[in-house]
Design a binder for this molecule. Structure first.
Ligand code: IDP
Ligand code: MG
Length: 151
């Protein structure tokens, strides 16, 4: 099913100048950018986005890192976009992520794993609502997607 999902390029991706290369991997898989912006996360945003993790021992470090520098939020659309993004990202721990994935190729540490992707279509809906307001995402067709929409 064609759906939308949330990608965040974490501070390490922006700091290391890898944003373009990571975005290219998403586009190379056929995903369509339907919203994109730079965000400097605050604690309220971190608490909402990572609601499932607020009581975990790593939450303090995670939220501190996510608030440390600007990130890039991207709404992407495509067939099974959530699963496709997750496969492109690789496992949470870069040590375990397969070569060819973003985390497997560029990641060094579980706390510096470059990219966030929603973990289910339901989570994607919720997270997109947190990051993108009305008028910040766009409906448009790409000629190259016609065959996907017809299948
Ligand atoms: P995900 O990003 O692959 O969906 P989650 O389990 O949702 O992984 O965790 C959110 C983020 O929290 C991870 O991307 C990672 O940066 C961080 N994190 C998760 N588990 C640990 C841990 O055990 N130690 C340190 N950081 C962690
Ligand atoms: Mg997650």
């Amino acid at each position: 099913m064609v759906e939308r999902t949330l990608v965040l390029l974490k501070p390490d991706t922006v700091q290391r100048g890898l944003a373009g290369r990571v975005i290219a991997r998403l586009e190379d898989r056929g995903l369509k950018i339907v919203g994109i912006k730079m965000v400097h996360m605050d604690l309220a945003l971190a608490n909402r986005l990572y609601a499932e993790h607020v009581n975990k021992p790593f939450f303090a470090g995670l939220s501190e890192f996510m608030m440390s520098r600007p990130i890039i939020a991207i709404a992407v659309e495509g067939k099974d976009a959530t699963a496709l993004v997750r496969a492109t990202m690789g496992a949470t721990d870069p040590q375990k992520a397969a070569p060819g994935t973003v985390r497997g190729d560029f990641g060094t540490d579980i706390g510096r794993n470059l990219i966030h992707g929603s973990d289910s279509p339901e989570a994607a809906q919720r997270e997109l609502g947190i990051l993108f307001g009305a008028g910040e995402t766009f409906d448009y067709d790409r000629e190259s997607d016609r065959w996907i929409n017809e299948s």
